[in-house]
Design a protein around this ligand. Structure first.
Ligand code: SF4
Ligand code: MG
Length: 336
């Protein structure tokens, strides 16, 4: 498919009491029409910040996009003003959050909320908006839609609320759906239903999906391509097969450790990830994974690894894959 969204060299920093925190440091990825890209990583790795930067949902007072571009159909969203961005949100790119109540008004009936969303973007009569809202509820598998339209959010279960939020996100046929841990708060059965629902809708509408998660089960279920984030950077990206069967980054190996069933008879080092993610406010030179990496070399402490292209679709940022490592490790000194 065609590339619909292209994030290039995105840098985002936060102003905190302790100074500037570089939360996203040079993130680049493409999203193609109809595909699902999973962005994976621990909390604090910059996944949500990246997504919110795309939607321009980061607080203006404390956040700065330092550098980069976010091309949506060849226009840079970062140059869009508030009004232009409002048109993009919902109509072109929609976002679903972990907690459905983030997107729902507890004091308003579900039907009215969906209808208001619809009428914000389209000239619809009340009747048309009602019929479309009802259709959307049916699309996300909510039966008895007429009665459900009159209910308040608290009268729905968590899974039903997330279905409603997905219905709202889809109301205006967005080309891109960004789902940030959409099923993390739900139990396993409901989680599977919501993921199936997203896939089903994608098949019908050819929506492109970015799913943000720390759960490799969700990745295996949903993704065409995977980007692994660590300390504000994408450290490895590839197709689902490349990432699960031929991962190259020690951090990816560590993540896969949590899915032992993937490892049977496969030549992937099994290792836990000791330690915790770095405090991005105190990163030094070199690879941010160095303090936790069992394969660390001295070059890793002094120099940030560069991208190495493993295949057309597979890249990794690690000195283990970079043939220049020995040269950088033992620099040539003219005086010796
Ligand atoms: Fe480990 Fe070095 Fe690779 Fe970083 S660059 S992941 S420290 S081997
Ligand atoms: Mg998050």
């Amino acid at each position: 498919g065609e590339t619909i969204l292209s994030v290039k060299d995105l840098h985002v920093s936060f102003q905190t009491y302790n100074g500037i925190v570089k939360a996203v440091r040079g993130v680049s990825f493409d999203l193609k029409e109809g595909e699902t890209l999973a962005i994976v990583g621990e909390s604090g790795s910059g996944k949500s910040v990246t997504a919110k930067a795309v939607m321009q949902l980061l607080p203006k007072e404390t956040t700065r996009v330092e550098k980069g571009s976010i091309l949506y159909q060849d226009e840079d969203l970062l140059t869009f003003h508030r009004k232009e961005m409002q048109k993009v949100r919902g109509r072109e790119i929609s976002m679903v959050f972990q907690d459905p109540m983030t997107s729902l008004n507890p004091t308003m009936k579900i039907g009215k909320q969906i209808m208001e969303g619809l009428r914000k973007h389209h000239q619809l009569s009340k009747k048309e908006a009602y019929d479309r809202a009802k259709e959307l509820l049916e699309l996300v598998g909510i039966s008895n839609a007429d009665a459900r339209m009159k209910a308040y959010p608290h009268q729905f279960s968590g899974g039903m609320r997330q279905r409603v939020v997905i219905a709202m996100a889809l109301a205006c046929h967005p080309r891109v759906l960004i789902a940030d841990e959409p099923t993390t708060a739900l139990d396993v059965t409901i989680q599977a239903q919501i993921l199936d629902l997203m896939k089903e809708i994608q098949e019908k509408t050819n929506t492109s999906i970015i799913i943000i998660t720390h759960d490799l089960g969700v990745v295996a279920n949903m993704a065409d391509r995977v980007a692994v984030m660590y300390a504000g950077e994408i450290v490895e990206t590839g197709t689902l097969e490349e990432m699960f069967y031929e991962p190259r980054h020690p951090y990816t190996w560590g993540l896969l450790q949590s899915m032992p069933q993937l490892h049977q008879n496969r030549d992937i080092p099994l290792m836990p990830i000791p330690g915790s993610p770095p405090d991005v406010s105190s990163l030094h030179d070199g690879c941010p994974f160095a303090p936790r990496c069992p394969y660390v070399m001295s070059v890793c402490h002094s120099h940030l690894p560069d991208y190495t292209q493993i295949s057309e679709t597979h890249t990794v940022t690690c000195w283990l894959e970079d043939h220049r490592a020995p040269e950088v490790e033992r620099p040539y000194r003219p005086d010796s």
